[in-house]
Design a protein around this ligand. Structure first.
Ligand SMILES: Cc1ncc(COP(=O)(O)O)c(C=O)c1O
Length: 404
């Protein structure tokens, strides 16, 4: 049996997969099982932040694997403590504490529990989340996700979420009741279509949270760790807001499974001994990997590269003035090319973003769709100028070949 035949036979068919088997990666390049090379502008869906098999990451994992992989949270762990210190002091830069999970959905479940504990003192439990958001697939994170297609057939959902329109401050204000405990929001909605929160919206939520004594919870699972061109994802939009808690995953592990959340010092005591936990969370191997990734993002000054490559992508696409692209959304290297479906030859019944992504893969560049009409450009943060040029050449030729 081939890999794709086995995948079909033995794996639950929960993913719509592209017909491709990737077996090797280096930097921004990956190779399939037939030896064909691709540019990776998907990067494990905004996850492989320092590229595939970066020597610092591979070495950290190999060294740690020969030292200690796992010892449980019954004891302290040096990598866990060092990583938490780096996240508090070097990433958030505000006094607070960190909890480690294994994924983004679990990190958001932690934020949900924090909001419940916070609200319990005053009989409040509702969390306001936003249309087209995405927070993950656990029952908690899925219920927080205001998208019917994610809920289909899984009801009843975990109660206590109130959905409001993204970027509509008046609606968010109107959604507040005497049961509201928190807002949970992505600064840029990655999965929902690379929808950028406005400065007014984020600042307005922060002000409402203060006024009504609510928590401002930011889901930085896709936006964190330099992806948006600043170390924290919200900074290019509303640098002055002060979240009460922030969830992370994806880019913090560079491909090694780890997530986590930060809680401000003021609210950290809400989650005391026995209130939350995870066998693998903060595992020695995962923390060694994450430490290497975050240190590399800082020491190689990847944020400067993110800004330069963003400019390169934006200027080149603007210069095309291409009829099939109506704009480039996002910040940093969380960018989405918005397609004009009416200008493209898309077979009946096909979703434009998925169809175009398939064509791009065939032409040698991996991407991820976001919503029905956006194709994401989310390479490793250390992608080179030359690789960006190569991708853009492929992108333009695919668009040209599909023009009506
Ligand atoms: C903003 C956001 N939150 C949460 C998640 C869920 O993360 P995970 O798949 O690691 O559970 C994702 C995944 O795409 C995400 O983009």
């Amino acid at each position: 049996m081939t890999t794709s035949e086995k995948t079909e036979q033995y794996l639950l068919q929960t993913y719509g997969r592209f017909p491709l088997t990737i077996v090797r990666g280096s930097g921004t390049k990956v190779w399939d099982d037939r030896g064909r090379e691709y540019l990776d502008f998907c990067a494990g869906i905004a996850t492989c932040s320092i590229g595939h098999c970066h020597p610092a990451l591979s070495k950290a994992i190999a060294d740690q694997a020969q030292t200690l992989m796992h010892c449980s949270n019954l004891y302290a762990g040096d990598n866990q403590a060092d990583l938490a210190e780096l996240l508090v002091e070097g990433i958030i830069g505000e006094p607070g504490k960190v909890f480690f999970s294994n994924s983004g959905a679990e990190a958001n479940d932690g934020l949900i529990k924090l909001a419940r504990r916070f609200g319990a003192e005053s009989d409040r439990h509702e969390i306001i989340t936003f249309s087209k958001g995405f927070h993950g697939r656990t029952i908690g994170a899925m219920s927080a996700t205001a998208q019917g297609k994610i809920h289909g057939g899984f009801g009843p959902l975990f109660p206590g979420f109130v959905y409001s329109d993204f970027n509509d401050l008046a609606a968010a204000k109107a959604a507040i009741t005497d049961k509201t405990a928190a807002f949970l929001v992505e600064p840029i909605q990655g999965e929902g279509g690379v929808n950028v929160a406005t400065k007014e919206f984020l600042e307005g939520l922060a002000a409402l949270a203060k006024e009504h004594n609510l928590l401002l919870l930011l889901d930085e699972v896709q936006t964190g760790f330099g992806r948006t061109g600043e170390i924290n994802g919200w900074e290019p939009i509303a640098p002055d807001i002060q979240p009460d808690a922030v969830s992370w995953a994806k880019g913090m592990g560079g491909g090694f499974p780890i997530g986590g959340f930060w809680v401000s010092d003021k609210h950290a005591p809400l989650l005391g001994p026995g209130s939350h936990g995870s066998t693998y969370g903060g595992n020695a191997l995962a923390c060694a990997a994450s430490l290497a990734v975050v240190q590399t993002i800082i020491s190689e000054n990847l944020i400067e590269n993110v800004k330069k490559r963003e400019t390169q992508i934006r200027e080149t696409i603007a210069a095309w003035n291409h009829p099939a692209i109506t704009g480039v959304k996002g910040h940093g290297l969380l960018l989405g090319a918005k397609l004009d479906e009416s200008k493209l030859r898309i077979p009946e019944g096909k979703v434009p973003s998925i169809y175009l992504t398939s064509a791009l893969i065939e032409a040698g560049s991996l991407h991820a769709p976001a919503g029905p009409d956006v194709v994401r450009l989310i390479p490793p943060l250390n992608v080179t100028a030359e690789e960006v040029d190569q991708m853009l050449e492929i992108f333009k030729s695919v668009l040209d070949n599909h023009l009506k």
